[in-house]
Design a protein around this ligand. Sequence first.
Ligand code: GCB
Length: 611
Amino acid sequence: MSSYMLYPRNTSTRRVLSLDGMWRFSFDPEGIGTEKGWQNGLPATLTMPVPSSFQDYFTDKDSREFSGDVWYETDVFVPSEWQGQSINVRFGSATHRATVFCNGQEITSHEGGFTPFCAEISDVAVYGQYNLISVCVNNELHEYTLPAGNTILANGKKRVRPYFDFFNYSGLQRSVMLTATPKLAIQDFEVVHKSVDQVVCTDYKVKVDGVGFTACDIQVLIFDEAGVLVAQAEGQTGNICIPDVKLWEVHDAYLYKFVVRLSVDDEIIDEWFDYIGIRTISIDGTDILLNGKPVYLKGFGKHEDSDIAGRGFSLPVLKRDFELMKWIGANSFRTSHYPYSEETYYLADREGFLIIDEVAAVGFMASFANFLGQMGKRDCFFEKKTTPRLLDNHLQAVRELILRDKNHACVIAWSLFNEPESNHESAYPYFEKIFKEALLCDPQKRPRTFAMERSSDFASCHCRQLCDLITLNRYYGWYISGGPNIDDAERAFVEEMEGWKNSGIDVPVVFTEYGTDTDSHMHKLPSVMWSQEYQQEMLEMNHRVFDSYDFVKGEQIWNFADFQTTEGIMRVDGNKKGIFTRQRQPKSAAFDLKQRWESLPRDYKSTGGSK
Ligand code: GCB
């Protein structure tokens, strides 16, 4: 399967056809589809746009809240001239798991809703004709799935109970493509950039699938942005130094086109390319170094979320988000709380944004909702009997994330959990395995972290020594001493920060969440919680605290935009902590942030980087 993690490209040897469009769709509440032969054709059909979440189109609650199996199908023409090649249907994602059929025959299954996978149909497809592609997608949550939750029966209907604070949008939420690649093909390509004597060079490795090649059949060609060939190498592994290399920088991205070629007897058998930024990333003491120079992170925790399409991939929304992030002076974001669409990372590479790339390991706390913190004393989440299965899924999700995103210049760190129950010693062995796997999988050995909830701090967290940088989610002035008690919040915050300082913190600390729910129509003087003025005051207080500690090397507000959640007494048609509304218009705080972020130097509070 791994060969097809490579982003699909049309080249002299490869073909990609989009299967996006209106698919046929059915709910399967009783889970009887396969037994009844729905893979040979759906009985009664609705229609459903792909990519998109299926929830927000319908006008009844049962459809929106549906948990269980849903079926998608479409007819796919497989050209006869593709015979003899490897033909795949490639899903950008299927949330949270799927089984794929071609002409009624089961092809593959995939667990995990945020990474791509392929169904190879070469031997099943009828060439020169339309073929029926059917997908059974399941969106249930369990304590052994990423993200975690559970699924209950309520009045005879399945209902999910997410252990996390975002709507359980699901379905075929990313693009689906039909690809044709040679049988002997480039399977994977990886790059590692290293600085030696002030010169940055690139080690590369090509993996080939199939038999009948020798190392000297592989060629890597590098073109600059003007299309000029600037370097080349031969062999399955190698080192390339581009003369006068132009490094990829924050807001000043430069991307080289790496063309990988596989030839047999001088004939090109396979060709694939990617746009790659050359940069180094490291941690030096409490500094984050990009190309050896300190960088302070300014930005957001985000969600893939918008009106109507839900978590469905939308190029227009993506474009608007990047324009807003540029306008406000941000330089980074976290892909909270799951890997985003591949196109997001390509745009971040193009625009020079830094990403903390997160696995969908959210809801790993023994409380009824992780954003409420731990409710009372319970057994640790990592002591449950479902843990071995969860660990397998988690390791697989880490592997798939890193396999997919390892070459992106924009990815500067891996976030391996959001707010897990790390304040219990029994969590450590689980964490150690996850952290080791990330290190093993990533050729660039990027810094690893996990976002810590308030119950995990310098004293209580049993896993923080595994982190190359510390990322904190803190709600002083909201969940802790909000409104008229904001002074108490500030005192408590300073007290916590003194604790970190006195603990001899020797790695950077980045705030990956802080914020307030804010109604975009509400103004109030003096401020009250939920008013725009309160959001401004609360951010100001947080920034005052951040500014007092030199080891704080970044601030990513919760959240970029308002987003949809499960209904409840804590949420008013979703979470309203956005600096922008769900329709991507600014709240008052956006203007304060713009002023602050545009004035902070890139190396704010640096201790002077060397590497
Ligand atoms: C958190 C969670 C995030 C929630 C946020 C909130 O700690 O990580 O998923 O949405 O708090 O707004 O409560």
